[in-house]
Design a protein around this ligand. Structure first.
Ligand code: AHM
Ligand code: MG
Length: 330
């Protein structure tokens, strides 16, 4: 590599300049998506700071309420949800916000008032791990608003193929954002000293294969038989098992190292535990954009037509070869 090439290779690119240059490739773009991603980045930085200080600020533990799915809300779930609502609430192009923590979507503005996009999010996925300082994350998905659909729930219940952007922010040993706007996957690391997400990978491709499976194996006896046979085969084939119990952290490892992440139907959650709109769809878009595959029971996750806002589905996603292998047992 020449000195000049070295310089180009080492250039620092912030998330903001990355998004602006992506946008410049689309002559008709009006900058709305850039404003939304910048709000998500602000929310991510604010939540990262709260997560780091949670023990010191004494905000771990239960909030004393349940969400619409009957799950106990933690104080940090509520704080992260509020941060996202406050960071995204005033962005002029957002029509609807839908959170895993809220019963109903929030309609901010109609399309006649400039509402072009909907943002769906899980504010703090894996939050039950926070008291043990394990990585947690925010997952988000951006879709277009339908000017002819007045109902908030029906507006956001669209198949994942219609997402225009998706990603997550992992609050781990470093704070990492993985983002796709449908043109590959880019990764950014938060440089806390300057308060900016800096690009570390562009057009990232995940490994095509990997002998690692990631699943809560304590539930294995109630998995459908095909999953059980896959696991028996993986045991016999010298696989490694890795399971953090935070989807963002488990999916991030799968993107980096390869292998497969699974949340099959269980006795307790017969249709799976993870939510289609807030968890499975954005992760499926990222994984596919990185060259992997994502399936949910019968078919491709992104092609499922959602029936309900908080619908749960089985999740199988990861390296192409490994997802095909799981599917051959199902
Ligand atoms: P949450 O959105 O309420 O935090 O639940 C989702 C989390 C995922 O991060 C993780 O993959 C899964 O639940 C772990 O579930 P389990 O504890 O059953 O293995
Ligand atoms: Mg979640």
């Amino acid at each position: 590599m020449s000195d000049a090439e070295d310089l180009v290779h080492d250039n620092l690119v912030s998330l903001q300049s990355h998004v602006l240059s992506e946008e410049a490739r689309h002559p008709n773009a009006q900058g709305d998506l850039s404003w939304i991603i910048s709000a998500i980045s602000l929310a991510g930085k604010t939540i990262a700071n709260k997560v780091r200080r949670a023990r010191l600020d004494d905000v771990l533990g239960a909030h004393g309420t349940e969400n619409v799915q009957g799950e106990e809300q933690l104080r940090m779930d509520v704080i992260a949800n509020e941060i996202i609502m406050r960071c995204l609430g005033d962005r002029a192009s957002i029509a609807v916000l839908a959170s895993e923590e809220d019963e109903e979507p929030t309609i901010l503005r109609r399309s006649g008032e400039g509402g072009k996009y909907c943002v769906l999010f899980d504010p703090l996925d894996g939050s039950s791990n926070l008291d043990s300082a394990v990585g947690v994350g925010t997952i988000f998905s951006v879709t277009r608003n339908d000017p002819d659909e007045p109902d908030g729930e029906r507006t956001v219940c669209r198949p994942g193929t219609e997402q225009v952007a998706a990603g997550y922010i992992l609050y781990g040993s470093s704070t990492i954002m993985c983002l796709t706007t449908g043109n590959g996957v880019d990764m950014f690391v938060l440089d806390q000293a300057i308060g900016s997400f800096l690009r570390v990978r562009t057009s990232y491709r995940m490994p095509d294969a990997g002998a690692i499976y990631s699943v809560n194996e304590a539930n294995a006896s109630s998995f459908p038989e095909g999953y059980q046979r896959y696991l028996e085969n993986a045991h016999a084939s010298g696989y490694s098992s890795r399971y953090i119990g935070s989807m963002v952290a488990d999916v991030h490892r799968t993107l980096i190292r390869g292998g497969v992440f699974l949340y099959p139907p269980t006795g307790k959650n017969p249709t799976g535990k993870l939510r289609l709109l807030y968890e499975a769809n954005p992760m499926a878009m990222l994984i596919e954009q990185a060259g992997g595959l994502a399936y949910s029971g019968a078919g491709r996750t992104l092609e499922i037509h959602p029936e309900r806002l908080h619908q749960r589905i089985p999740v199988v996603l990861g390296s192409k070869a490994e997802v095909e292998r799981v599917r051959s047992f199902l």
